[in-house]
Design a protein around this ligand. Structure first.
Ligand SMILES: [Ca+2]
Ligand SMILES: [Ca+2]
Length: 102
């Protein structure tokens, strides 16, 4: 099952990168003090964050930095493939910024 989800995620990334050029998204910090969705900790949300999260979830990559919750882009308290899709939607399709409602 994890392999299917990983292949699905990689397919989403490849589709997004083939359709739209990467546009970095500068964001402000979440109320928790970090930029939700910025999984590699460089203060912008890009394809690199999608890859970082995919590697963490399915490839034994490093934990999102500075804290695990950075990867919870949709703020549902889980870090999973839905967060990958959420970040892809934000970066490539102008979807909402990863942020918890106030
Ligand atoms: Ca980043
Ligand atoms: Ca989530």
């Amino acid at each position: 099952m994890r392999r299917v989800i990983f292949i699905f995620g990689v397919g989403l990334v490849l589709l997004a990168t083939s359709v739209v050029a990467e546009v970095p998204s500068r964001t402000h910090s979440d109320t928790a003090g970090f930029v939700r969705g910025d999984t590699n900790g460089d203060a912008i949300i890009t394809l690199a964050d999608v890859i970082h999260l995919m590697q963490y979830l399915y490839g034994n990559g490093p934990v999102p930095v500075p804290v695990h919750d950075v990867g919870d882009a949709n703020c549902d308290s889980d870090v999973d493939v839905i967060d990958v899709v959420y970040i892809v939607n934000h970066v490539f399709r102008g979807g909402p910024k990863p942020k918890c409602p106030n």
